[in-house]
Design a protein around this ligand. Structure first.
Ligand code: HEM
Length: 457
């Protein structure tokens, strides 16, 4: 009795053992691009001693996104993050502990919590852009990376870090970032200089956050930030219901930063690049929407006002469709399973394969997204709503492990773009840039933008 009829997926042959590893380490975009062109939705790439099976598009990915962790597991493929996040959290703990830690993330980002973070988003954005002159030339990517780091410091790490320790913490976080290079995915403990620096920075962050956490716990001082939520959190069904240790809180904060910071700043950049490049279809309607929002809510960028910005929302979603910052989401197949491609062929994916879905490739399927190369935010508006088919829009992942920070990200990006739409005009001095597929989190290559301060409303 064969529970899984069908054959193995086609294999992308001809990649030498080491060559595959090197190719993969340089960023797997090219491999994926060639494999997809040759085989379509399902194919396997041998990488060193492992097999990586790609599943592209909604026909072949429901199991990937829906299955439980006992079938599609994260820890085997994401445990390269352990030296960065630190011990005792996320991929360094067993599943039932991780589930509780993800619950703590979710509880730190509920609607009521988000309402408390919105004024902090606004304050950071307003202060940041107040420092720009009346006109000048900037690169969105650099500017938004700085602004999102400042905002993350305030909303996630807390007032102490934002107001007294920012430069020092930002440097240490940068050291952690630099320690995450493609080869780290395969050899996270390789004794190379960037990994050694990563380990020193991680230790120093522990010392700094440890002091802040101890001070809050001992003084009873409270703040409206994610740090406070982690300080207050308790395990429920594991670890005897205790509170998180200082080391665990440090690790969870770093994990949230890694999940949310570059992804958000890159999406903020693409949103601006595409709106500026599409004056008539995107920028001017977005300015009109801001006028309507001011007429309805006043000038205050409240949670409700931001939530009402549907057109800006669609621009952000379309920027994320065109350029999702995470090229791959991955799992480890703990059990075999079968998928049926859109041509009706069924393939069996064996136990032990690394399985990967790719937002970048799924978002470019013309049968799902009409004229996928074209920037067209209206594709998400009724009656088209092209994202409605399950597992078609996967910029935030989907299913069991969909992004926990999605609403946080939309609110923050909307806050930034509302301030800018109301106070500036932009002109791209370069063509819309390509994505830099060689970095870990994929963002735009540099693109100069001219800005003019003009009080638009
Ligand atoms: C998961 C994308 C912002 C926290 C994910 C996943 C994607 C994603 C694709 C799924 C990963 C997988 O299936 O393996 C993004 C993008 C963002 C963003 C594009 C910004 C535009 C944020 C923010 C936070 C956050 C701001 C936190 C404040 C998380 C967490 C998970 C996650 C904790 C893990 C969920 C789980 O495994 O159950 N994100 N994210 N993300 N994201 Fe985000």
């Amino acid at each position: 009795f064969n529970k899984f009829p069908g054959k193995r997926p086609p294999v992308y042959e001809g990649i030498p053992y080491v060559g595959g590893l090197i190719k993969f380490s340089k960023g797997p975009w090219k491999l994926l691009h060639d494999g997809y062109a040759k085989f379509g939705e399902v194919f396997t790439v041998p990488v060193a001693h492992k097999r990586v099976t790609f599943l592209i598009g909604p026909d072949v990915s429901p199991h990937f996104f829906k299955a439980g962790d006992d079938e599609m597991s994260q820890s085997e493929v994401y445990d390269f993050n352990v030296p960065t996040f630190g011990p005792g959290v996320v991929f360094d703990v067993e599943q039932k502990v991780r589930t509780e830690q993800f619950r703590m993330f979710t509880e730190a980002l509920t609607k009521n919590r988000l309402k408390a973070y919105v004024p902090q988003f606004n304050k950071e954005a307003e202060e940041y852009f107040a420092k720009w002159g009346d006109e000048g030339i900037i690169d969105f990517k650099e500017e938004f990376s700085k602004l999102v780091t400042l905002t993350a410091a305030r909303t996630l790490l807390g007032r102490e870090v934002r107001e007294q320790l920012f430069e020092q913490v930002a440097d240490l976080l940068h050291g952690l970032d630099e320690g995450m290079v493609p080869i780290s995915v395969f050899f996270p403990y390789l004794p190379i200089p960037v990994h050694r620096k990563r380990d020193r920075c991680r230790k120093e962050l522990s010392n700094i956050f440890g002091k802040v956490i101890r001070h809050r716990r001992e003084s009873g001082h409270r703040e409206e930030d994610v740090l406070q939520q982690f300080i207050d959190a308790r395990y429920q069904n594991v670890n005897g219901g205790r509170a998180l240790t200082e080391e665990e809180i440090t690790g969870l904060l770093i994990a949230v930063l890694f999940a949310g910071q570059h992804t958000s700043s890159i999406t903020t950049s693409w949103t601006g690049i595409f709106m500026a490049a599409n004056k008539e279809k995107a920028w001017l309607p977005a300015v009109e929407e801001q006028k309507a929002i001011v007429a309805k809510h006043g000038t205050n960028l409240s949670f409700e006002a931001l939530s009402d910005m549907e057109l800006l929302h669609r621009n952000i979603t379309e920027a994320l469709r065109m350029h999702p910052p995470l090229l791959l989401v991955m799992r480890y197949a703990k059990k075999p399973f079968s998928v049926t491609a859109s041509d009706g062929k069924t393939y069996v994916i064996p136990k032990g394969d690394i399985v990967a879905a790719s937002p970048n490739f799924s978002h470019m399927l013309p049968q799902i997204f009409k004229n996928p190369e074209k920037y067209d935010p209206d594709r998400f508006a009724p009656p088209r709503e092209e994202q409605n088919r399950p597992y078609s829009f996967i910029g935030f992942g989907a299913g069991r492990h969909a992004c926990i920070g999605q609403n946080f990200a939309y609110l923050q990006i909307k806050s930034i773009w509302s301030v800018l739409l109301r106070n500036f005009e932009f002109e791209l001095l370069d063509p819309v840039p390509d994505a830099d597929y060689e970095s870990m989190v994929i963002g735009p290559k540099s693109c100069r933008v001219k800005f003019n301060r003009r009080k638009l409303l």
